[in-house]
Design a protein around this ligand. Structure first.
Ligand code: FES
Ligand SMILES: [Fe+2]
Length: 323
C-alpha cells in the first residue's frame, strides 16, 4: 500500500480537531478544511446546532465554501450552478435545473459526518467507522479535568508548510531526544535530563519539567501530548494550542496551529515567538530527513528505548493500519 492510500485509510477512521466553538458564534458561521484530501465543513444552523458535512455539492461535487472560517448567512449557495442548501444540509433548491422525472431533492442533502464536541473543541470524523472518541481521548481528558478549557476562547490560527510527509513530522513531535541538540531556546527552559514520554494506547504524554529558575517566565508549562494520528495538544498556563499536522495532497505537510486563550486580548507574543523558533528548527530538520527517507535506499537505524518509545508506538499503529 502506498503512502497516500495508507494515509486515506488512517484518516477515514480517525477524529480530527477542526475548530473551537467560539469561532462559530452565529448561525451560518462555518469552518472548512480539507483533511487528508477530503473537504469537510462544520456549520452552525439557525437553532444553534453545529453539524459537520462533506464540503461537496450533491450536483457535481463543487465545494460549497473555500477552506477557512467564514459566514454564509441564512443558507449555503453552490458557487458552480447555484444549488441552495439550508443550514441543516437539506437541498432547498436545485436552482434553474429544469424538470426531470424522479428528481428527489430529499435524497440530495449534504452528506453528514460524525461530529463530537469536546471541552469546547469540535472534532469531525470522515466516516461512521471512526474509532470510539471517548476511549481515544481518555488519557488526555483524565489529565485536564481541573483545567478550565470551556472558558477559553479562540485566539489565533497560524500555519506553516513543511516539505516532508506527515509521518516524518509526527515522529519528530513524538520524542524529546532532539531537544538538547536542536532546540537550544526550549532546552533553556526545561530539564532535558528528566524528559520522558509515556504512551497510553493511542496517546503519548510528554513530561518535560521546567528548570526551577525558569518557573516564573517560561512559555511552556502544563500538558504536552499527541493523539493518534496527527494531533498535538499543547496546554500552557493561560491557554492551549491544537497542533493539527495535516497531510497535503502533494506529500507535504501543513502545520495548522489553533490557539485558544483565557484572555485572547492579552499579549501572547512570547508564546508565538517561542513557537516560531521551535517550529522553524523542526521544519528544517524534518525537510532534511525527508530527502533521505524519500531516496529510499537506506533503512533507518534503531529507536532509543529510553527516548523514542512513542515513535515505536506510532510505527506499530501505522503497521496495524497497513493490515
Ligand atoms: S456543482 Fe453545485 S450546483 Fe452544480
Ligand atoms: Fe522538535
Amino acid at each position: 500500500m502506498d503512502d497516500i492510500a495508507l494515509t486515506r485509510r488512517i484518516f477515514a477512521r480517525s477524529w480530527q480537531c477542526l475548530a473551537h466553538e467560539s469561532q462559530m458564534a452565529d448561525a451560518g458561521d462555518y469552518v472548512a478544511e480539507t483533511v487528508a484530501g477530503v473537504p469537510v465543513l462544520i456549520l452552525r444552523d439557525a437553532d444553534g446546532i453545529i453539524r459537520a458535512f462533506r464540503n461537496a455539492c450533491r450536483h457535481r461535487l463543487s465545494p460549497l465554501v473555500a477552506d477557512g472560517a467564514g459566514a454564509c448567512g441564512a443558507e449555503l449557495s453552490c458557487p458552480y450552478h447555484g444549488w441552495r442548501y439550508a443550514l441543516d444540509g437539506r437541498l432547498k433548491s436545485a436552482t434553474g435545473f429544469g424538470p426531470m422525472d424522479g428528481f428527489d431533492a430529499r435524497a440530495l442533502g449534504l452528506v453528514a459526518l460524525p461530529l463530537k464536541r469536546w471541552r469546547g473543541f469540535l472534532f469531525v470524523a470522515l466516516s461512521d467507522a471512526a474509532d470510539d472518541f471517548d476511549a481515544w481521548i481518555a488519557p488526555v481528558a483524565a489529565r485536564l479535568t481541573d483545567t478550565p478549557l470551556e472558558s477559553w476562547r479562540f485566539g489565533a490560527r497560524r500555519t506553516h508548510d513543511v516539505a516532508c510527509r506527515w509521518s516524518v513530522y509526527v515522529e519528530n513531535y513524538l520524542e524529546g531526544y532532539h531537544v538538547p541538540v536542536l532546540h537550544k531556546s526550549l532546552d533553556a527552559e526545561i530539564d532535558s535530563a528528566a524528559y520522558r514520554v509515556d504512551v497510553e494506547d493511542r496517546i503519548a504524554i510528554h513530561y518535560a519539567p521546567l528548570k526551577p529558575e525558569r518557573r516564573d517566565d517560561a512559555v511552556y508549562e502544563g500538558l504536552w501530548a499527541w493523539a493518534w494520528p496527527n494531533l498535538g495538544i499543547n496546554v500552557y498556563q493561560t491557554g492551549m494550542m491544537m497542533e493539527r499536522i495535516w497531510p497535503m495532497p502533494d506529500g507535504r505537510t501543513r502545520l495548522d496551529y489553533l490557539y485558544v486563550f483565557a484572555d485572547p486580548a492579552a499579549d501572547h507574543g512570547a508564546t508565538f515567538a517561542m513557537s516560531d523558533i521551535v517550529t522553524a528548527e523542526d521544519k528544517a530538520i524534518c525537510e532534511a530527513v525527508e530527502i533521505n527517507v524519500a531516496a529510499g535506499d537506506i533503512a533507518q537505524g534503531p529507536l532509543s528505548p529510553r527516548h523514542e518509545n512513542a515513535v515505536l508506538r506510532f510505527r506499530e499503529l501505522l503497521d496495524a493500519a497497513r493490515g
